[in-house]
Design a protein around this ligand. Structure first.
Ligand SMILES: Nc1ncnc2c1ncn2[C@@H]1O[C@H](COP(=O)(O)OP(=O)(O)O)[C@@H](O)[C@H]1O
Ligand SMILES: [Mg+2]
Length: 457
């Protein structure tokens, strides 16, 4: 049977260890016999094995040390659980690759089998999602293109396959089948720390693996799937960034978002149809102003956007958009949709963004001109095929799952297929709801610093 270089190395190493051990044992056992023989022969010489044994033992320990160091570095042992999991998964995949004869056919005469290089990287500490990365080659390209690794990755399912930017590697995104564990935060400060781990002041963290630059967002889901709750997490991140976010709150259902808006900025909060129309008009005017500002600020630049000229983000968040748009007169509707279209088509570079929340995203409530510019689309809950197909413009390839609150799938402008998604569980909100704390406190900038300060005092 042909072997991999790794196995061969393992065998060489074992032989080496066995040899040194044998030498030690022989020295120990054979010396007295040998010395007795010398005495019997009346020779005035005795062999002292101490030094030889000591040297062999040192050699043995040194080999073991070097081996385990190399092994630890190779398997990135400092990553703990992750490295062990990766190690066994890779072992399994290597075995399956050999079985599926992914070895080089050309050099069958050689004793050693060469396998493509394999890496596994997890996105989060819970090991919920990650990537299997396999070196592409002329030799294996066709096979890898058609390969399915779900059976080899026990406990994980492959979501998407694509090639690395340099085209040298195949990347298989996977998620744990028993996972769908949500991140849970009992403190605002730990939630913000989690966010800051992967984001700068112009980025938002959505879940364990998804962090993104600010962009227009569509959030779809049936009632009580966790849309508003998810939005709360995004807003908390925004108001606690070092840059000021100018937030506009539209809440036609007169619900949580109105309350939050009133705590953050009552003047930028709208509930009635009239107020909402005005609010959209206001945001549109800011876009026009912003475009002028941008023009001035970028006069001497060829590239760059609002971030490069230190302008602050403006965000219109619209909960339950359908219940607003569907009651409008056609003239008002035209005006509103015109403004919103302008925002999504021209706003991104200028730092003016729209986040739309709705239960369904059919073309009658949301014109394609707007929807196609909402670059990040999240669908929460167990949605219908129609919901997926209108939100994503194709329903195929949505991972099948039973979604809990705040869970679903997302698709952004860089992806071809939707992936699993899960808004975190913000336990500290419960302490405000029905607790003795005033929820308004949560919505002050850096309130987590203040909380920490308060608890220190
Ligand atoms: N990510 C989440 N983690 C834990 N519980 C959640 C989450 N999202 C929603 N919930 C629970 O579900 C309830 C309904 O969520 P909500 O955001 O109001 O739904 P929607 O806005 O889609 O109608 C919330 O009050 C909360 O108790
Ligand atoms: Mg809601």
């Amino acid at each position: 049977m042909r072997m991999t270089q790794r196995k061969l190395n393992g065998i060489y190493f074992s032989i080496w260890i066995a040899l040194t051990l044998t030498v030690v044992i022989i020295l120990k056992v054979a010396t007295p016999i040998f010395n007795n023989l010398l005495t019997d022969l009346n020779l005035d010489y005795q062999f002292d094995p101490t030094l030889a044994i000591q040297m062999s033992v040192v050699l043995l320990l040194l080999s073991l040390l070097i081996f385990s160091t190399i092994w630890s570095i190779r398997n990135r042992i400092w990553k703990g659980k992750e490295s062990i999991k990766s190690y066994f998964l890779i072992l399994k995949i290597r075995k399956e690759l050999i079985l599926a004869s992914y070895s080089d056919d050309q050099n069958v005469t050689e004793k050693v089998v060469r396998l493509p290089k394999i890496k596994i990287k997890f996105d989060d500490k819970q090991l919920n999602t990650g990537r299997l990365i396999i070196r592409d080659s002329v030799e294996f390209h066709e096979k890898l293109e058609k390969a399915t690794f779900t059976p080899a990755l026990k406990g994980f399912k492959v979501e998407t396959v694509y090639q690395s930017d340099d085209g040298d590697w195949f990347i298989f995104d996977f998620y744990a089948t028993d996972s769908q564990n949500q991140d849970v935060f009992t403190e605002l400060s730990s939630f913000l720390d989690w966010s800051n781990q992967t984001t700068n002041q112009y980025q938002i963290r959505f879940d364990g693996r998804l962090s993104a630059d600010l962009k227009h967002i569509l959030l779809v889901g049936a009632t009580r799937t966790g849309k508003t709750y998810g939005l709360i997490g995004l807003l908390l991140q925004m108001i606690n960034k070092s840059t000021t976010y100018h937030l506009y709150f539209a809440d036609p259902k007169n619900d949580q978002l109105r309350k939050i808006g009133n705590w953050v900025d009552p003047k930028k909060t709208a509930v009635t149809t009239e107020e909402l129309i005005k609010l959209i008009e206001q945001v549109y005017q800011r876009l026009i102003e912003r475009e002028k500002e941008m023009e001035k600020a970028t006069a001497t630049r060829m590239t760059g956007d609002y971030r490069d000229v230190k302008l602050e983000p403006i965000f219109l968040v619209f909960d339950e958009f359908s219940s607003f748009i569907n009651v409008l007169e056609s003239k008002e509707k035209k005006q509103v949709l015109g403004h919103l279209t302008a925002v999504v088509q021209r706003g991104a570079g200028a730092g003016v963004f729209l986040l739309l929340i709705m239960q369904k995203s059919d073309a009658t409530t949301l014109p394609t001109a707007i929807r196609s510019n909402l670059l990040l689309k999240i669908v929460l809950g167990n949605a219908t095929t129609t919901t997926y197909s209108t939100a994503f413009e194709s329903s195929s390839d949505v991972p099948i799952f039973r979604f809990g609150k705040g869970q679903g799938v997302y698709l952004d402008d860089t992806m071809s297929k939707p992936k699993l998604f899960s808004f975190p569980y913000l336990k500290f909100i419960d302490a405000f709801d029905g607790g003795s704390n005033d929820p308004a406190l949560l919505w002050q900038k850096n309130s987590s610093d203040q909380q920490a300060l308060n608890s220190e005092l």
